[in-house]
Design a protein around this ligand. Structure first.
Ligand SMILES: [Fe+2]
Length: 201
C-alpha cells in the first residue's frame, strides 16, 4: 500500500553515536503520531502479547491493517537504517515475525537488558508519547561501559540488533508509548525458524 504523501515523516536532525547507534529527531510528527495512537487504541481488542514481566505485558502486537499509519514510521526506519548500516534493510510491516510491536510503560515499569540479534540485523524504537522522567534508554558499549539516552516524543533510535540495551524504571505519571521494530536483510533466514510464523494480519 502506498503511503499518502502527507504521512511521510520528516527528519529534523540525525546524530550518530558510539556503536553506530543513530538518533533521529523527527519534525511535524504530531498529527501522524496521534493517528498511530488512535489506531492503536481503537484496535485494543486485536492486541496480542508475547510475555509478561513483573506484571506487565512487555510487548503489545497489533495487526498492521489496524494501525496502517505505523507504516510511515517503519518505512522511514528501514530507509535510514539501510543508509547508516550500509546494508539493504527491510521492515516486516507486521507480516514478518517480530517486525514491530508497541511498548506501554506506566510509572515504575522498566525493561531489562536484552538484545534482538536472534531476530534481525537492525532494530529500533520510535517514541510516540513520552513524559518527563519516563526512564532513559540504556545501552552498553563493547567495553562494558553503559551510556544513556533521554527519550523524547518524536525521537527514533536505530541500532545494530546485537546492541545490549534496557530501559530504566519510569518515574513519570504519563504513560510512555513507543513503537519498537526489527529490520531484516534478504534473503530471510529460513533454516532455523519460520520468518512468517508470527504474522498477525
Ligand atoms: Fe529491545
Amino acid at each position: 500500500m502506498a503511503v499518502p504523501f502527507d504521512l511521510i515523516m520528516k527528519v529534523r536532525r540525525v546524530e550518530r553515536l558510539e556503536t553506530g547507534l543513530v538518533i533521529i529527531n523527527l519534525e511535524d510528527f504530531e498529527v501522524n503520531f496521534r493517528q498511530v495512537l488512535d489506531e492503536y487504541f481503537n484496535a485494543s481488542k486485536h492486541w496480542k502479547h508475547s510475555h509478561k514481566i513483573r506484571g506487565r505485558w512487555e510487548n503489545t502486537y497489533a495487526p498492521i491493517n489496524k494501525v496502517p499509519t505505523a507504516r510511515c514510521i517503519l518505512s522511514l526506519a528501514a530507509k535510514k537504517a539501510s543508509k547508516h548500516f550500509h546494508k539493504q534493510l527491510i521492515c516486516g510491516h507486521g507480516i514478518l515475525k517480530n517486525s514491530f510491536w508497541f511498548n506501554h510503560m506506566h510509572h515504575g515499569d522498566e525493561t531489562g537488558w536484552h538484545d534482538h540479534k536472534a531476530m534481525a540485523h537492525a532494530s529500533g524504537v520510535c517514541y510516540l508519547q513520552v513524559g518527563k522522567d519516563s526512564g532513559n534508554f540504556l545501552y552498553r558499549l563493547p567495553q562494558g561501559e553503559i551510556r544513556n539516552i533521554v527519550p523524547e516524543t518524536g525521537m527514533m533510535l536505530l541500532f545494530n540488533s546485537s546492541l545490549s540495551h534496557s530501559v530504566e524504571p519510569s518515574k513519570s505519571r504519563k504513560e510512555r508509548i513507543s513503537l519498537a521494530f526489527n529490520l531484516f536483510t534478504l534473503p530471510l533466514e529460513m533454516e532455523d525458524d519460520d520468518p512468517f510464523g508470527g504474522h498477525i494480519l
